[in-house]
Design a protein around this ligand. Structure first.
Ligand code: UDP
Length: 398
C-alpha cells in the first residue's frame, strides 16, 4: 500500500518557528525539511500546528506561507482552552473530505490529538518523540513531569509504529517501553548541503567582526543546561591558554537574559572576557558562524541526533562533541571530530585543546567532515520515511 497523503501533527512545534530561541529547536528544522523532502518525493504532507506569535494566521487557514515546496500546507489551530487543538483538528478532518492515509505525530504533546485524528480517519498512527523523557533523565537531565512520561508511554503503546532518529534510540524505545522492535523505524535526519557548505574563513570572520588570527570555539543551540553550555564555559577556563580563545555562543533570546547564567559562570572561572554571546541567528545565517570557527563544540549531556554537529561538519568545521546519543553515530571519532565524556569539563578541555593546538589536524578533520555530512540527505530521509509509511500502512490494513 502506497501512502500518498500524510497529516503531520505538531501541536508544539511549527516548521516555521525560529530555532534557537526558548523551546524552539531542531524539531522545527526537522519538520520543515522532512515534510518538504516528502513533498518532493510525491508524498503530500499537511502540517497541523498550534497558533503562535510568529505566525498569526487564523485557525484552520492556509498557514503563514509556503516553505519552498509547492503544496506543503501548514494549518495553525488556535488551541484556546484545554482540548481546543484536538477539537479543531478533528473538525478540520471532518470538513476536509479527502482524509489522510497516515497520521504522524511529533513530540509527546501531539500524540493524543494525533491518535484521535488517526482513529477518526481509520488510518495508522506513527509517533516520533524527538526526545523521550525517560532517555533524557537517564542521561542526567532534570526530572521530567510524570504527566509527560505517562503520555509518552501511552503514545508509544497506542501507536502502530514509532520513528526514531537513530538505531540506538530505536533500541532504547523498544527496550524501555517493551514495544516490538519491528515496529520501530530508525530514520536518520539530514542536512541541507546547499545551505551548509564551506565558506572562506577570513570572509566569514570579517562579516562577524572576528580577527583572522583569533582562536574561536562555537556553540550553537538553545542555552539550556542539558545542551552543555555550562560545561563548555567551565572547560574554557581549563584550556591551556584560555585568554587566547573566543567562545562564540549563538542561541537564546536577543536580550541576553538566557545567557546570564553562563556569563556568571564565566566570571567565576575568570573567562568572562572570552564570552561572545550573540543570541539566536536566523537558520540561513548559521553557515557563516560555522565557517568562522576553529572548532564547534557540542557538549550536550545527550542528543537524540545532533543536527548542529552535522551542520558544522557540512561546513568543514571539526567538532568536539559528547560521546552521547546520536553524536556517537554522526561524528566519526578522530576523523571528523573528537568525542569526549559528556558532562566532564576537563575532558572537553582536552578535546578542544587537541584541535586548537593542532590547526593542521583540525583542518584535516574539518575537510573530512564535508563529504561525510553530505551522506545525510533529506532526500534519503524522505525515501526511508516513505518506505516505512508504506510498510506500516500495509500491516495496518491486514
Ligand atoms: N539553530 C538556529 N539558530 C540558532 C540556534 C540554533 O537555526 O540561533 C538551529 C540549528 O541550526 C539546528 C537546530 O536549531 O538545526 C538545533 O537543533 P538540535 O537538534 O541541535 O537541538 P534541539 O532540537 O535540542 O534544540
Amino acid at each position: 500500500m502506497s501512502v500518498a497523503r500524510v497529516a503531520y501533527v505538531s501541536a508544539h512545534g511549527c516548521p516555521l518557528a525560529s530555532p534557537g530561541v526558548g523551546a524552539a529547536g531542531g524539531m522545527s528544522v526537522v519538520l520543515r525539511n522532512a515534510a518538504c523532502a516528502l513533498e518532493r518525493a510525491g508524498v503530500r504532507v499537511d502540517v497541523f500546528t498550534g497558533l503562535h506569535g510568529a505566525c498569526p494566521a487564523p485557525s484552520a487557514a492556509a498557514g503563514c506561507g509556503q516553505t519552498g515546496s509547492p503544496s506543503l500546507r501548514i494549518m495553525h489551530m488556535d488551541a484556546g482552552d484545554a482540548g481546543g487543538f484536538t477539537r479543531r483538528l478533528l473538525a478540520y478532518a471532518d470538513a476536509d473530505g479527502e482524509g489522510y492515509d497516515l497520521v504522524h505525530s511529533h513530540y509527546w504533546l501531539s500524540a493524543e490529538p494525533g491518535i484521535r485524528l488517526a482513529r477518526r480517519l481509520g488510518a495508522p498512527h506513527v509517533f516520533t518523540g524527538h526526545t523521550i523523557a525517560e532517555v533524557k533523565e537517564r542521561a542526567g537531565g532534570a526530572p521530567e513531569s510524570a504527566v509527560r512520561k505517562q503520555a509518552e508511554a501511552a503514545a508509544i503503546h497506542e501507536s502502530d509504529a514509532v520513528v526514531t532518529a537513530t538505531d540506538e534510540e530505536a533500541a532504547a524505545v523498544s527496550a524501555l517501553f517493551e514495544f516490538p522492535a519491528d515496529r520501530v523505524h530508525a530514520v536518520p535526519m539530514g542536512v541541507d548541503a546547499s545551505l551548509f557548505r564551506p565558506l572562506p574563513r577570513v570572509q566569514a570572520r570579517n562579516a562577524l567582526g572576528i580577527g583572522a588570527d583569533e582562536r574561536v570555539v562555537l556553540f550553537v543551540g538553545r542555552t539550556e543546561p542539558f545542551k552543555g553550555p555550562g560545561v563548555l564555559v567551565q572547560a574554557l577556563s581549563l584550556l591551556r591558554d584560555p585568554g587566547g580563545v573566543r567562545l562564540l555562543i549563538v542561541g537564546g533570546g536577543q536580550d541576553g537574559s538566557d545567557v546570564q547564567w553562563l556569563r556568571d559562570a564565566a566570571w567565576a572561572g575568570g573567562v568572562s572576557a572570552q564570552i561572545d554571546a550573540r543570541g539566536a541567528a536566523p537558520h540561513d545565517e548559521l553557515p557563516r558562524y560555522y565557517a568562522a570557527a576553529d572548532v564547534c563544540a557540542v557538549p550536550s549531556l545527550h542528543e537524540t541526533f545532533g543536527l548542529v554537529a552535522l551542520e558544522a561538519m557540512a561546513c568543514g568545521t571539526p567538532v568536539a562533541a559528547s560521546r552521547a546519543g546520536g553524536l556517537r553515530q554522526i561524528v566519526r571519532e578522530d576523523e571528523t571530530g573528537v568525542l569526549c565524556e559528556p558532562g566532564a569539563p576537563g575532558a572537553l578541555a582536552v578535546a578542544l585543546d587537541a584541535l586548537l593546538d593542532d590547526p593542521a589536524r583540525a583542518r584535516r578533520l574539518g575537510e573530512a567532515g564535508v563529504p561525510w555530512a553530505r551522506t545525510f540527505t533529506w532526500e534519503a530521509a524522505a525515501a526511508r520515511l516513505s518506505a516505512a509509511y508504506d510498510r506500516i500502512a500495509a500491516s495496518f490494513a491486514k
